[in-house]
Design a protein around this ligand. Structure first.
Ligand SMILES: C[S@@+](CC[C@H](N)C(=O)[O-])C[C@H]1O[C@@H](n2cnc3c(N)ncnc32)[C@H](O)[C@@H]1O
Length: 342
């Protein structure tokens, strides 16, 4: 990370490492130290068992809105996009001339939001509960394009601040409320108040120990009839860790599993787009407020930027190799009908 290793193709190195990971755990090498540092970064963003959710969110998301603006799409979705034919599919960026793909991330993220809301079967006037607001993208779109009312939760002060500004700018403050709140602290008036629950890549922060609590809270907040649940999360393949089994146990007797979609193939391109944008847009001056030291210390700035690029390459290789997966689960109430069929 500080010049020990040089490569022109970071992702191929990561793939080599993943292919040999099982035989490398006893090695004492700088490579192993780098890989464990990367695992730490990975856990901060995608990890399963972080005990202190609030500290975790603060470490990850309160770093700097300017940093996230530099690499995310304009809407600031911080999760896997869904690539369609319009953007050339999951490898479109590798095949299309760069200028043709310049707004592709925005349209692929919008497709993902619409897909989630359609799966949640929301209608004008539906009340949505969301865990994991990010910077408010899904909540804003649900209110603006679907006419819904949304209560959305984040632990990040910086996310709430920017999400509130964006909601005000869109004139949606009467439809969307961002709560700085842990999912275990919902107010009493949320009981049986919601038609739909959505959560995009927040379950990673919950930890399997709390899956039962998580589903109990969702069950408590959703109406007893015609309620839907859409959860997407990065997951481990069942051969290594049966995360799906755990969510299944926790959702049992509360909801019926209605659908499972594998979005893993869509993550590598999302990460490549974030990497390209970070490389093109990040500048020390953008970090002046949140990381003043990086303004004057060029080596520290380069190392900071490299850590993010390592994370994108590491995660991209993980998804491309099936070492990590990304699934979307849809649930309905036990006696409710699957999507209209007569
Ligand atoms: C990877 S971001 C995803 C954000 C957004 N759903 C998106 O797709 O852009 C995870 C989000 O989960 C929130 N979060 C993490 N732990 C939480 C908790 N215990 N209670 C409520 N929100 C939490 C974070 O604050 C952050 O907004």
């Amino acid at each position: 990370m500080v010049g020990d290793v040089q490569t022109d193709d970071l992702k191929d190195i990561m793939k080599l490492w993943l292919d040999n990971e099982s035989t490398m755990s006893n090695l004492d090498s700088s490579f192993v130290r780098v890989s464990s540092a990367l695992s730490g970064v990975w856990n901060a963003l995608f990890g399963q068992t972080r005990a202190n959710a609030r500290l975790n969110a603060i470490a990850s998301y309160d770093q700097s809105n300017e940093l996230f603006k530099a690499f995310l799409s304009k809407d600031m979705m911080y999760s896997c996009a869904l690539w369609g034919e319009e953007e050339g599919g999951v490898r479109g960026d590798l095949l299309l001339p760069p200028n043709q793909a310049s707004h592709a991330l925005e349209s692929a993220q919008l497709r993902k939001i619409h897909h989630v809301l359609q799966k949640a079967r929301v209608r004008p006037g539906s009340r949505i509960l969301e865990f994991g607001s990010g910077w408010g993208s899904l909540a804003i779109e649900a209110a603006r394009s679907f006419g819904c009312e949304v209560d959305t939760l984040t632990l990040s002060v910086e996310q709430k601040k920017l999400a509130d500004e964006r909601i005000m700018r869109a004139g949606l403050q009467h439809q969307v409320r961002v709560h700085l709140m842990d999912y275990r602290e919902l107010p009493a008036h949320f009981e049986k108040a919601f038609d739909a629950f959505v959560s995009i890549e927040m379950l990673e922060h919950v930890g399997s120990k709390y899956y039962d609590t998580y589903f109990r809270v969702v069950d408590w907040a959703l109406k007893s009839k015609d309620a839907t649940v859409v959860i997407s999360s990065s997951t481990f393949p069942e051969s290594r860790y049966s995360g799906y089994q755990l969510t299944h146990d926790a959702s049992q007797r509360r909801f019926t599993l209605d659908g499972v979609e594998n979005h893993s193939a869509h993550y590598p391109r999302t990460l490549r787009e974030w990497d390209r944008r970070l490389e093109a847009n990040l500048d020390p001056s953008l970090l002046a407020k949140d990381f003043p030291d990086l303004m004057t210390d060029k080596a520290a700035y380069e190392s900071f930027k490299k850590k993010w690029r390592y994370l994108f390459a590491y995660a991209g290789a993980g998804f491309a190799k099936g070492y990590i997966t990304c699934h979307m689960l849809t649930f309905i109430r036990e006696r409710d009908m699957p999507a209209s069929c007569d």
